[in-house]
Design a protein around this ligand. Structure first.
Ligand code: ATP
Length: 305
């Protein structure tokens, strides 16, 4: 699988604020890269750097294998679409006129059907919308219009900055479904920044966790799923004995966790309970638990936020 974006120690400072600090991240072809971080962690700044809206103080990046220092980076950027902060649409124009204007700006020729199709792709019907101005659209519709405007440039990679922000539940579902459809059917790679971990978890194939300008971890959804697996907390009158007993079960990992024992790994609950009930341990508590993405995220960024 090809690499769409790779950054090398990307750094950007605003006066005293180091917005992006030696950030190293990799987005591969086909990824839906969930970019997660607290307020002010540097997500927007990285998206702006890659879009060419601002320049890095040091470090570099490659887009589709083209170095950011290579003049060809301008061409490589034509393969990307970015919606940074709020969608930049003209509120006094209709949806189709916004799409036409964007096509002109991108130097893309198209007929009426081409513009209508771009809108249709995001679930907007130009005929039904008629003369309705974009300023009168719901936020979800404006977000979809902005994606339609990005689509006329036939991007292979789209970066969306907080696309779920401010949307109602129905709007969130629409944007999520749209991202999944464009990724699956149009083979578009996505980078999506968001605070809403549960929402990202429904679409992301890989995560980049950013804190104070640094990428503290990159992890695939599969790896995250394995790390966030289920576990059992057992409290008995003898932790050490319980750990010894559990160690005979293939695949089980038992560690002391406060006054209890945490048992994880590839272990059947019935097998585990059998071992415990056949022993002379006094069992006070058995709890089946699961590490959530939120807990994992907090453990990675130090649990401070
Ligand atoms: P949010 O989720 O709140 O949008 P973010 O992760 O996108 O946050 P950035 O907007 O990239 O974070 O900001 C990173 C840091 O850089 C913040 O401390 C911010 O105040 C600072 N910053 C960003 N843009 C500028 C600017 N133009 N001038 C000065 N400081 C800036």
């Amino acid at each position: 699988m090809g690499i769409v974006l790779k950054t090398f120690d990307l750094t950007k400072t605003y006066r005293q604020t180091r917005a992006v600090d030696n950030a190293c991240m990799t987005v591969s072809e086909g990824d839906i890269y969930g970019f997660v971080g607290e307020n002010g962690s540097g997500k927007t700044t990285i998206i702006r750097l890659i879009s060419g809206l601002i320049f890095a103080d040091s470090g570099s990046y490659e887009l589709f294998g083209v170095k950011s220092t290579d003049p060809k980076i301008v061409e490589a950027r034509r393969k990307i679409g970015a919606i940074v902060e709020s969608p930049s649409i003209y509120p006094n124009m209709t949806a189709i006129d916004n799409v036409k204007l964007q096509s002109k700006l991108l130097g893309v020729d198209g007929d009426e059907q081409f513009y209508k199709d771009a809108l249709k792709e995001v679930g907007l019907d130009a005929d039904v919308l008629g003369k309705k101005k974009a300023g009168d659209f719901s936020l979800g519709m404006r977000q979809r219009l902005a994606i339609a405007m990005a689509l006329v440039g036939k991007p292979q990679f789209i970066m969306l900055d907080e696309p779920m922000n401010g949307l109602d539940p129905a709007g969130i579902v629409e944007i999520r479904e749209l991202i999944l459809k464009l990724n699956r059917e149009n083979k578009i790679t996505f980078l999506i920044s968001s605070h809403i971990l549960t929402e990202l978890a429904l679409v992301a194939t890989k995560y980049g966790i950013i804190s104070k300008g640094r990428i503290v971890e990159e992890i695939t959804a599969k790896q995250l799923h394995e790390k966030c697996g289920k576990y059992v907390i057992v409290k008995t009158d003898n932790n050490q004995k319980l750990i010894e007993l559990v160690s005979v079960l293939k695949g089980a990992i038992a560690i002391e966790d406060g006054d209890s024992v945490k048992i994880s790994g590839d272990v059947q609950l019935t097998e585990l309970l059998k071992v415990i009930s056949n022993s002379d341990l006094n069992v006070e508590k058995v709890n089946c638990e699961e590490t959530s993405f939120e807990q994992y995220y907090l453990s990675i960024i130090g649990g401070k936020k």
